[in-house]
Design a protein around this ligand. Structure first.
Ligand code: ADP
Length: 445
């Protein structure tokens, strides 16, 4: 489908500039994050709150009890293992549940509790005695809509009178017969059809509208337009809630269009740092030599888990096969895998079933595996012009300060050019990258 694809142009193994385009699908990335995440991400930054009316008192809650939820809903929250509200939930929940209703724009990285927050808000908002759709929630893809639906179903498991319908492709219903489900979650296209063409939903009776993953949504022109067309059918009194993991100007302009007079909550991402990482480089000749160096390295260190980055799928596959031959248990994360397959590989690695994960760049965004103590750049991260890609370097080996665990990064240098890249990275971060002799590894200990 037509989601914005970032073009990542790869160099071939021998370094000539034949380009191989690989697509990063924003919605897939988001789904992958959801599939592999089992708990909240940690973040020490302050939540920023901008109130529509700065003179009104700012409510925040430290417990779910303070929200005065229906008992069966509170129980549902606890049954999910949530003990207390997350950072963003502390402020967002009282705002979303306040009377009179308030609009909200909330931005925080994936894994900070946004989905759980608006799911709770919808479940709390509906009147189960009213057998019509009251809450409408749209997400960028079928799969993401299903993920949200699952959260609502689990959280609302003890609220049997609250019903949920999925406005997603393939879900064909009889025209003109109004839905009785109080909550509809779906994708913009189908939901728009349900409101207009099929008249399954009366948009004038919607009192809470949730737009999730706004950044992913607007990356597709069609979704953006459909979202706005749905939004236009709603009444002025409808409560508007918009969530996004990132906030570029384009997202912001869209948000302001959809959410009038908003309260705004932001939680900045915790910065990655190289401070707790020891960085090395190893001089090698070609890929076989790099492989030997890698084996020496791995054989002589006590390493919890390692991640190895390659530039191409082909190289990743070659490396995996050879490491396996040497008797290592290796997992491979590769671009041709489905999101579900990738999630399964990451899950196994997290559980320690494999000690080594070989991957290309595209697959590994957003994976944080705390126990990884060694990151190897089998190929160095470079941009289209062959210059150091500092941002990717930081993503691969950087850690958030909180974990503070020591780690090692080893860069394989196989040409004068890649030595230049190392020098560029060194200069950019102003951190020493030390030469390492893999036949004499004492200096690493
Ligand atoms: P986001 O929508 O920002 O990506 P989610 O709502 O999906 O975040 O939450 C991320 C993870 O944290 C999920 O596994 C979710 O079950 C869990 N979670 C959410 N809120 C809480 C909470 N208050 N306490 C514990 N875990 C939570």
């Amino acid at each position: 489908h037509g989601l914005t694809n970032l073009l990542i142009v790869q160099k071939t193994e021998n370094g000539d500039s034949k380009r191989e385009a690989e697509k990063v699908d924003l919605a897939e990335q988001s789904l992958l994050n959801k599939l592999i995440r089992r708990s909240l991400v940690r973040n020490r930054n302050q939540v920023e709150v901008l109130q529509r009316d700065p003179t009104s008192p700012l409510y925040s809650v430290k417990t779910f009890e303070e929200l005065r939820l229906k008992p069966e809903l509170l129980k549902g929250v606890y049954n999910l293992g949530f003990n207390r509200p997350s950072r963003i939930q502390e402020n967002a929940l009282p705002m979303m549940l306040a009377q009179p209703p308030q609009n909200l724009i909330a931005q925080s990285q994936s894994g900070t509790g946004k989905t759980a927050a608006f799911s709770l808000a919808m479940l709390s908002h509906v009147n189960p005695d009213n057998k019509w759709t009251q809450c409408l929630c749209i997400a960028p893809t079928y799969e993401l809509a299903l993920q949200i639906g699952q959260v609502i179903e689990q959280m609302g498991a003890l609220c049997p009178d609250v019903k949920l319908a999925y406005g997603i492709r393939g879900n064909r219903l009889e025209r003109g017969v109004k839905l009785q489900e109080q909550i509809v979650i779906g994708t913009p296209g189908t939901v728009l059809d349900w409101c207009t063409k099929y008249k399954l939903i009366d948009p004038k009776k919607i009192t809470m509208f949730v737009l999730d993953e706004a950044d992913v949504m607007i990356a597709t022109q069609g979704h953006r337009d459909q979202s706005i067309r749905i939004h236009r059918q709603l009444t002025k009194d409808c409560q508007m809630l918009l969530f996004s993991a990132t906030f570029e100007d384009s997202v912001w302009r869209f948000a302001e269009q959809v959410v009038p007079d908003p309260n705004i909550i932001r939680l900045k991402r915790e910065e990655e740092t190289l401070d707790t990482i020891k960085q090395f480089y190893v001089l090698c000749r070609e890929k076989e030599d790099k492989f030997t160096a890698l084996c020496n390295l791995y054989g002589s260190l006590t390493i919890a888990q390692a991640m190895i980055f390659c530039h191409t799928r082909k190289m990743a596959a070659w490396l995996t096969a050879n490491l396996t031959k040497e008797g290592h248990q290796v997992a491979l994360l590769s671009g041709e895998m489905t999101v579900e397959q990738r999630a399964a590989v990451i899950d196994r690695f997290r559980n320690g079933k494999e000690k080594v994960l070989v991957t290309t760049n595209v697959c590994s965004r957003g994976i944080d595996v705390e126990q990884v103590s060694l990151v190897v750049n089998f190929d160095l991260p470079v941009d289209m012009d062959g210059n150091a890609d500092n941002e990717t370097y930081l993503h691969r080996i950087g850690r958030t300060g909180r974990f503070g665990r020591r780690g090692f990064a080893v860069n394989m240098v196989d040409s004068k050019h890649s030595m230049d890249v190392i020098n560029q990275i060194e200069m950019h971060f102003n951190r020493r990258i030390t030469k390492l002799d893999t036949s004499n590894l004492e200096e690493m200990e």
